[in-house]
Design a protein. Structure first.
Ligand SMILES: Nc1ncnc2c1ncn2[C@@H]1O[C@H](COP(=O)(O)OP(=O)(O)OP(=O)(O)O)[C@@H](O)[C@H]1O
Ligand SMILES: [Mg+2]
Length: 299
């Protein structure tokens, strides 16, 4: 784990990766390629027990992190902003510090925190906080939908959709059809179970060029790091125009973020969602060094 500082060459910032639940001293196989790349670039790799973290046992989750590690970038499974704050506090007790603060994590991870900044370049959205298992009433949804332009929409929570159940729990063919909106949103909330994050977001549907796919644009300190495919469509790599988007990423004020960008059928490049770069997945087939090499040079 120790790396000797060479004169004039900054010590690479270590990565904190998720441990394999079955072999806790090893990296989760999903992140093994990233661990190998980090090591080959001279960066240390520490492991966190993601299950213990989600179960509220942050101290136990970081017990394998060496003492006094200093700044760290996390790369792993997503977690709520509250759990991320617990992770940061537990690491600080061991002399380590997440380069992305808990406030920054929430800003990029949860739609209501990034929406205002990106409002000109992302589908119109209306947010209603609610708890797992307790969907808004039909009347509340009618009120929420009335804040959006008429026409079709989609539903998601503050972080994730049920895009794989497009007709049953994601797509809203007509925001004015309150009974149908209530049915789809209720199914969405039920399927999210206890993982429903924050509440419900209704978004105006925009017509994207689906054959072109989405680009996942990676940003570090407001500069573009890399453009990859979206993990759902690893073979498609659109080349977005980011002129309008880059100043907004800077305004958000987070260190390491992603923007998923799609081309609307009228040609406009639109931000489908913003994410924290630490929990954004890489598409298969890409060399993780494209993102990790510049990342570990920052602290
Ligand atoms: N407002 C919209 N108009 C049209 N299509 C949309 C809209 N919002 C989402 N979609 C479609 O649904 C997909 C999933 O939406 P979104 O990316 O917001 O959810 P997610 O579950 O967070 O996905 P990810 O796997 O990228 O984290 C998008 O990739 C896009 O194809
Ligand atoms: Mg998405």
């Amino acid at each position: 784990m120790k790396s000797l500082p060479r004169y004039g060459v900054p010590v690479p910032t270590p990565l904190l990766l998720c441990a394999d639940p079955l072999r806790p001293t090893r990296c989760d196989p999903h992140f093994a390629a990233q661990a190998a790349v980090a090591r080959s670039l001279g960066a240390g790799v520490a492991l966190v027990d993601h299950d213990a973290l989600l179960a509220g046992r942050a101290g136990e989750a970081v017990r394998r992190v060496p003492q006094g590690l200093g700044p760290l970038w996390y790369r792993g499974w997503m977690m709520t902003a509250e759990v991320y704050a617990d992770l940061g506090a537990a690491l600080e007790e061991r002399g380590a510090r997440l380069c992305t603060t808990a406030a920054m994590y929430r800003s990029a991870h949860e739609l209501p925190s990034w929406y205002e900044t990106f409002a000109d370049v992302t589908p119109a959205s209306a947010v209603m906080p609610c708890r797992p298992g307790l969907p808004p009433t039909a009347a509340e949804l009618a009120d929420l939908a009335s804040a959006l332009p008429p026409g079709p929409g989609v539903v998601k929570d503050f972080v994730k959709s049920r895009k794989d159940d497009w007709d049953g729990a994601c797509h809203l063919p007509d925001l004015a059809d309150t009974a149908a909106v209530h049915r789809v949103v209720s199914r969405f909330v039920a399927l999210q179970e206890e993982f429903l994050t924050g509440g419900v977001v209704l978004r105006a549907f925009e017509s994207f060029d689906r054959a072109a796919g989405e680009a996942r644009v990676w940003w570090l300190d407001g500069e573009r790091l890399a453009i990859t495919a979206h993990p759902d469509t690893p073979g498609l790599l659109p080349r977005p125009d980011l002129t309008e988007i880059q100043p907004l990423v800077r305004r958000l004020g987070c260190r390491f973020v992603t923007t998923d960008v799609a081309r609307r059928t009228d040609g406009a490049w639109r931000v489908v969602e913003v994410g924290d770069g630490q929990v954004s997945d890489l598409p298969s087939g890409i060399d993780p060094a494209a993102v990790l090499a510049p990342l570990i040079r920052r602290r």
